[in-house]
Write a protein that binds this ligand. Structure first.
Ligand code: OGA
Ligand code: NI
Length: 336
């Protein structure tokens, strides 16, 4: 990290301009509000108008954020040889990954990924004919005994919150609260530690280029540095998500009613930044499609159905091989 080579700077020509505004209208929702009707309507508005919101009083013990941040920092501070011992590869995509800053590679960061359910199951290949299922396991660094424990504790708490948010989202769509539960029985959710080191050319790089997340729901804990930006639905302007003490940033899925929204991370030359997204992915065998109750003649399905596992594996492969093409996105399934 730290060196910027020539190809990286050339590749930066393709980067979107960093025009943003200094306004954060992103909804802040208090989950401890007693009135469930009010809460559900706040969630509905936030999902419809923004696709992004922050929650406070979410029930995750605040000491746990301190512990998990220390764990993440401690891991990234380890010598590179040690981190590479848990490096992700084409077969096991969980563990450590450092971005190389060369052509085709967009991200100024290093990451550590782990599954909430260990093991989890995903298709062995994106080929629809290939029926092989792979068992995936976490890789844990040696010599960091508490690391694993804290990660697992965080995973348990955030999984609880994810189910609670899914219930609120179901209610906000006029559905029974447990409507989405069956899609997550063997969920493939994972947690990512992001470390964005200070960048010598912040105007040329992005921490994460513009993208939409793949899952139903993402829950991000970020530190006080800032850098996450959301593309506002109403006018396409990039809006910064203001770091708010003890708040979690929620980013919802793509569907008929709630469309997932593009976001990116900008970097700066002074301060490193840490963030921890939890990507709440369904079970690999789930066929993702618009909910029957929400589709009718006036409001027909806008997306073709697809197998989540195949979609996910295709997308991760693109990421792994650093293909020049953009990642597969939900809009690739749009019915034209
Ligand atoms: C991501 C992401 C946001 C952040 O990793 O998909 O959008 O604040 N991260 O780091
Ligand atoms: Ni994201």
């Amino acid at each position: 990290m730290g060196e910027v080579d020539q190809t990286f700077i050339q590749a930066a020509d393709h980067r979107p301009k960093l025009e943003t505004i200094e306004f954060d209208g992103i909804p802040l929702i208090d989950l401890s509000t007693g009135d469930i009707k009010v809460l559900v309507s706040e969630i509905a508005d936030a999902c419809k108008n923004w696709g992004f919101f922050q929650v406070i009083n979410h029930g995750v013990p605040l000491e746990l954020f301190t512990k998990i941040n220390i764990a993440a920092k401690t891991f990234f501070d380890r010598p590179i040889e040690e981190k590479r011992k848990v490096k992700r590869d084409e077969v096991n995509s969980y563990g450590y990954h450092e971005s190389e800053h060369t052509k085709n590679v967009r991200d100024w960061k290093e990451v550590f990924d782990f599954l909430i359910k260990d093991p989890s199951f995903l298709p062995a290949s994106p080929d629809p004919e290939d029926k092989e299922i792979r068992t995936l396991r976490n890789q844990w660094p040696e010599n960091l005994p508490e690391f694993r424990e804290v990660c697992q504790e965080y995973a348990r708490e955030l999984e609880k919150l994810a189910y609670q948010l899914l219930e609120l989202m179901a209610l906000s769509l006029g559905l029974p609260s447990n409507r989405f539960d069956s899609y997550f029985e063997d969920h493939t959710a994972m947690i990512r530690f992001n470390h964005y080191p200070p960048c010598p050319c912040p105007e040329l790089a992005l921490g994460v280029g513009r993208h939409k997340d793949a899952g139903a729901l993402t829950i991000v804990a970020q530190d006080d540095v800032g850098g996450l930006q959301v593309k506002r639905k109403s006018d396409g302007v990039w809006v910064p998500v203001k770091p708010t003490p003890n708040a979690l940033v929620i980013n919802v899925w793509s569907n008929e009613a709630y469309e997932s929204v593009e976001h990116r991370v900008v970097v700066n030359s002074e301060r490193e930044r840490f963030s921890i997204p939890v990507f709440f992915f369904p079970s690999h065998y789930v066929m993702v499609k618009p909910l029957e109750e929400l589709v009718n003649e006036q409001n027909p399905a806008k997306y073709k159905e697809y197998n989540f596992g195949k979609f996910f594996v295709a997308r991760s492969r693109g990421d792994y091989k650093k293909l020049e093409v953009e990642d597969i996105q939900i809009h690739d399934f749009k019915i034209i």
